[in-house]
Design a protein around this ligand. Structure first.
Ligand code: ADP
Ligand code: ADP
Length: 232
């Protein structure tokens, strides 16, 4: 479902160039949950942002659902991006919009009618446990609830892939568990493929099928989660 081939991304600032991602290749099969772990600065965020081209790699290929995104026209890329949802550490909700209207936003942008939007948003609020919060604003929600809204919004365009950038790093352990359970639920019920990055070993252990360890822009170890933790 996701296949990254020989990705390279270097930042050129004032000092020496930073080789954030150096020749990383990685495959995530359909329906799997794949975790990338590593210390701060290892290149995880740059890598995951390359998967929906929030960051444009300098070299390599980014295959999602059978197409190399780097070869698409702008119109094709807009279409392809609807198949890729993303959630973030700090939720990125719009504070002036209610829960319902945050989740509805991608559908409004896609030009759906109001009745189609209602039909799409209501089941997502039910799935994420937010039915009673539809008319609340982000400032009225706990961190866990905000992340649920972000998840519902990411699912609104019915993506095949969900990218999670440190999605539980701002949450306490109990809330983290409930969000991880929700992601597992979404993976099972919707068959969504999930690629996540984290610096927390527990997230990998709890949720992932496979894991890659990044250091200094490279993948230095990878494998099924069970084998990974069984190593001496
Ligand atoms: P991680 O997500 O594992 O913490 P990042 O991908 O954020 O790693 O960063 C990898 C390296 O790239 C770090 O050295 C970081 O300082 C650098 N970096 C990240 N984003 C930028 C940027 N926009 N400009 C310059 N350097 C950056
Ligand atoms: P979650 O249910 O997502 O794990 P918490 O356990 O942190 O969230 O929140 C417990 C309860 O406190 C929730 O029902 C939530 O509505 C309420 N709550 C948390 N923060 C706020 C806030 N800033 N304003 C209003 N209610 C809040």
């Amino acid at each position: 479902m996701i296949s990254l081939k020989h990705l390279v991304k270097t930042y050129h600032g004032h000092g020496a160039p930073v080789h954030a991602v150096c020749d990383v290749s990685l495959d995530v099969a359909e329906g799997r949950i794949y975790g990338v772990i590593g210390a701060s600065g290892a290149g995880k965020s740059t890598l995951i942002r390359c998967v929906n081209l929030l960051e444009r790699p300098d070299a390599g290929e980014v295959w999602v659902n059978g197409r190399d995104l780097l070869t698409l026209t702008d119109a094709e890329l807009r279409q392809a991006r609807r198949q890729i949802g993303m959630i973030f550490q700090h939720f990125n909700l719009l504070s002036t919009r209610s829960v319902f209207d945050n989740v509805a936003l991608p559908l409004e942008l896609a030009g759906l009618s109001r009745s189609d939007i209602v039909a799409r948003v209501q089941p997502l609020l039910a799935l994420t446990g937010l039915e009673a919060r539809a008319n609340h604003y982000p400032a009225q929600l706990s961190g866990g609830q905000k992340q649920r809204v972000a998840i519902a919004r990411a699912l609104a365009s019915e993506p095949k892939v969900l990218l999670c950038d440190e999605a539980t790093s701002a949450l306490d352990p109990e809330t983290t568990r409930s969000i991880l359970a929700l992601l597992r639920d979404i993976n099972e019920k919707l068959g969504l493929t999930i690629l996540l990055i984290t610096h927390e070993m527990d997230v990998i252990k709890t949720l992932c099928d496979e894991v890659a360890l990044m250091e200094d822009g490279a993948v230095v170890e990878r494998g099924p989660v069970q084998a990974f933790f069984a190593r001496p």
